[in-house]
Ligand binder design. Sequence first.
Ligand code: ZN
Length: 762
Amino acid sequence: MGERLSGWVILVFILVVAGWSVARRDTPDPLAESAPQDVFSTDRALVYLNAFATAPHPNGSAEHDRVRDYVVSQLTALGLTPEVQRATGVTPRYEVAGTVENIVARLKGASGATDAVALVAHYDSVPAGPGAGDDGAGVAALLETLRALKAGPPLRNDILFVITDGEEDGLLGASAFVAENPAAKDVRVVVNFEARGNSGESQMFETSAGNGRLVQIFAQAAPHPSGSSLTYEIYKHMPNDTDMTVFKKAGAAGLNFAFIGHWEAYHTPLDNPQLLDRRSLQQHGENALSLARSLGNTDLTQLQDRDSVYFSLPGNFFVHYSSGFLWALALFSGALLFGAIFYANGAWQTSLLSIFASFFVHIVILLVLLLIGLGFVLGVQWLHLHAIPEGGLEQNALYVLGLCALLAAVLVLLYSLFRKRIAPPAFFLGGALLIFVLILVTTRWLPGGSYLFVWPLLAGLVASITTAFRPGRLSFLAALLLCVLSVPALIFFAPLLQGFYAALGFTTLGTQLLSLTFGVFFFFLFPYLDPVLESSGKLLAILALAAALVLCIFAARTTRYSSTHPKPSLLSYALDADTGRALWTSSVARIDPWTAQYLGNSPSRGKLPDFVPDWYPIEFFQHEAPSVALLPPQAELLEDSSDGATRTLHLRITTPRHARTLHLGVAQAEVLSASVNGHDLGKPSEARWHQAGHWGFDYANPPADGIDLQLRVQAAGPVTIVLVDRSCGLPTIPGATFPPRPADSMPIHSGDQTMVRRTFVF
Ligand SMILES: [Zn+2]
């Protein structure tokens, strides 16, 4: 083959494999109601889901009680004796508490021992959406799993079905279960199901320390295992939590599953059963059933093992190996790298100096990409905020593809430029040196992520020693070998880029990560792309730039809010009962006609310190609203004692208008300790958003007779207590009518709400 032709053949191969590994789906086909009784069927699970995930059912709503009763009735119909655990749940880390009702049922095992596998999902939703994915799919998967288990042979261990409450209000049900339910002490291992979206693979995104045995069980048991230790490493460094956090803190081992596709639907009305990806539910259920069977017959005292490195590959492969091999792999790749440098020195007369120069050039290239990614996203955000119509940017594939094309154009140009100044083998080896540093860093600090660099580097080094960078003609066999060696980089990095898009979307953080990762990806492809870069670098750069331009123009023209992509926003009515002053507030970034009916066309913008905690990162549009006589929350002092500069206050806090949540804050005084309904709220200084002098906590679903609060405060004088209660929906304004939200607008998370604030001085 001529060099020009073989270069293009390899490029086409790379584009096809990259496209395929992004487009392919390893989610299983959903099974019909006619499937055998002992397997998991999505259609059977959907019967449950369609019965309860039809409307929002946050803790403290009437719909919530209906869902609770429904789940209890189904567990009973399946032959278990469910218990409803009514309790006060407290999660000190989030400074939250609440009245919750967990549903707990035990499927007895044959062994007679009480060691149990807990299958966990939460049945509450956020106020803004019906929670079909989050976490109705989890609950429906567990009910269908129980049905299938009953149709199969009995298991050795007990299986506990823990359907928690108040997860959305801060993991409250899980906290109450672990703290107070006697069954909690039997739990050896937890399998939790979650969602942050309504489609995509049900991935095992989190596990626990010493997971080698668990990962092996998952790999063998699940029909379509999906997940990677890289995701787990990233997740460990993210602020996100699920019920699993609470169980792990209590000492249980665990596997945590979620699908995160179509983030736009998360915590909105779009998270409904009609839009739920049935394949995601099938995979959720297969994971639940296969793990229940496998762990149900495993000796649960023998689960601890060395950590594993693991990743799924196209075609349903799940690779896992002990982290004990990682240093050997790192050293082996180092030995091969230095062997290649030595070889290059003799074969191509590359100087060490040029290799070092390339090492630094690669660092500069990555920084340039980072800046381009950041500039690109900020530019697009500015355009849609000021110059062209608004639209949903977070999950915008067209802009992400446009950015990728732009980055490719820049990289092709830079590589074509540098390969003229630094001999291509030396240029590659300098970048390989940088990757080797990344291998050492990940092996030490992010072991689960080291595989991402090790295998593509080994392939690249083999390519450079055997085939790549030879001047002149490429034999057919050589081109074939280059294609094969490019595969590790392609099947790791193309899905990873898609994963960043699914997880973080077109956001500043997402695009920066995407830009850096794209740079590393391109580096790995350099030995295979070098022939085409040499013969047609300029043409490629122009093509990529043209593609970027077309994609961005198309993205700009099609990014619009519509009834299928509604604009998410929060509209609130905030009444200060001390002053009688009220505000309309909105979380939108740009005023739209519907919001303008409440806030006018040029409202002011800023934080809402009286109603929303300081750490909350969002600024709100706000505008004077008519004052409505709403009953404010009440604090009644039951007891008051002083000991030097320490005061102990015993209060009863109520919300006469039966709001769904209560916030209580203490201003300008140091809270030493606090307990609600006799439950310690934890050390104030250990809470996640703790700021000295700004203590507060939220209580979800307060009982009609209120909550009982004991406060120990460092204060000799008066103590000011701020109460804000929040209810779903907006108040009726006498003499005013507002049309409901139009179809291209939707609430998100807590939904539209009414907040009433009142301060008390004791
Ligand atoms: Zn959830």
